[in-house]
Write a protein of this length. Sequence first.
Length: 294
Amino acid sequence: MNYLEKYAYSPDEAKISRALELISQNLSHVSSPEVLKKCFSMMDLTTLRTQDTEQSVKALVDKVCLLGETYPDYPLPASVCVYPNFAHVVAAARPSPELHVTTVSGCFPSSQSFLEVKVRECELAVKDGADEIDIVLALNAFEAGDYDAAYAEIAAMKKAIETAAAGRKVTLKVILETGLLKTPEKIAIASFVAMEAGADFIKTSTGKVEVNATPVAAYVMCEAIKAFYKKTGRKVGFKAAGGISNAQDALCYYSIVSGILGPDWLDKSLFRFGVSRLGNSLMSAVEQSTVTFF
């Protein structure tokens, strides 16, 4: 299937470059306490370290619990994102169901295993309390040009998640690992494959490779989301993740989403940041002083 023809979309690199230059020049005009706090509310506060323990994960959630007492005018982050074996820890310690439990699953970050293993990991994560599941596109199939196989893996995990959820809404995010896809055309095709297979969000990166989120990848993905919405009427969310560490980065991605997808997408239901360090930077920008809360 020619996905670019089907959705009447082909990335225009010159146009993208011009648009990103304008966004870069305009960031100071976008920044405001309101926008920075909105970005804060769209964070998937993430810890994906080999040395994570139940105690360290709970300590992170406890920080979020203290947020309302220490900074009562700040919103909660959208979620806490952890490995699947820690879903129950976040679910038990969170201050409110409004703070979602996100887990990486499907043999993150490589997606290199048997499909049965990937499916089972998704099922277990949902049964252990996950509200959102982040999986990785099967690049072994995609890079071989077998888009049908890549589609089938996502669809199988989507079906397993829905069955395990038993009527509860669980969001599926598909990580494209855009830094390894190299070209805007491949990023666009991967976006369409993931969305057609049932992704509720498409996400840039795992944060575990050399090149993670980039404005160019985000721009292409958001244009693909727009083209998909125009053809199908289904709104798919966008998540920027990997190397997003300061308020300027957040404002750049916020501007991309705002400019391409519009105000409907400027909400945690359709826009997320995957972050480990961004929270302090956003708070520092709002407070106009250094904040080391997280």
